[in-house]
Design a binder for this molecule. Sequence first.
Ligand code: ZN
Ligand code: ZN
Length: 356
Amino acid sequence: MTPLQTIQAGLSKGECALFFSPINRRYLSRFRSSDGILLVTRDRARLYLDSRYYEMACLKEKEGLLAPGIEILPSGFRQDLTRLGEEEEVKTVLFEDQSLTVARLQSLEKTYPALTFQPMGTRVEEMRTVKTEEEIGYIARAQKLAEEAFLYILPRLEKGRTEKAVAAELEYYMKLHGAEGASFGTICVSGTRSSLPHGSPTENPIEENTFVTMDFGCLLDGYCSDMTRTVCVGKASDEMRLVYETVLAAHEAALAKVAAGVTGKEVDAAARDLIAKAGFGEYFGHSTGHGIGMQVHEAPGFSTRAEGKTPAGAVLSIEPGIYLPGKFGVRIEDLVVVREGFGESLNATSKELLEL
Ligand code: ZN
Ligand code: ZN
């Protein structure tokens, strides 16, 4: 069953579901648009697009690139929903409570007084947690492009280059090679600023014998990648080396723990306990990993709160870090596919300490 068919199978006779969020709409219809409405009943799925997208969607439909069973319409949403209500085919409208604004919900309730609006909860988000092999392939390609960008930037990382220049070059490389864009604002922090886990790149030049942490990824065919490498420009001190080796060991410990049925908490603990035993526990404040797919952060997670068993087919990051305020920080991040009995890494790039 396609995701759209699964949603349709979950609707009862008097229900329909509305999708306004670009991510869920794209997930169900396979069409990318910043705007539009997907109206789904048990037996029909109508995608309303205005003139900015209508022709493009028709072209994609002809090429067989849209989800089967989608009708593309240039207008008519209001009349169709009114008619569904009047003919009593539909009484309840499920809406995306994870993303719909209060203002839009109030407007809908005012426009369609005969209909009852109900939150649909996380049903689509939960479906998106378990990826098909096709989706995993998209994420793997996006991650491969990020890795290529990393290999491209390595010889260009030198003393005096600014963090902003490095971040811009990473994004430029990924876009030049097919990415729709960066999957989030590229992080490049160097020297003492590498202790800022999500610091934005500045005009600061990279200095000799310091760490540079780059956290970046791209959006390719609708799916995100995300990776982090910390490298040393020049020579690493003994303390830098110790912290780096501890983060690497924590990363490997978490990766070794990944398998279908293992809780996110157990994977998190594998990394966290190792860092704590090495005496750096208070310097690792964030979770070990997050789910990734059409969004860079989605369910499930590897964290102290993740009590649920991670399902096969989920894709998550593993990204422990140690951040010593005023000194430096290290984070190493790869993506892993949760399989029966093991975790399959989507990265091929070495995680050993690089001194450039
Ligand atoms: Zn990242
Ligand atoms: Zn991440």
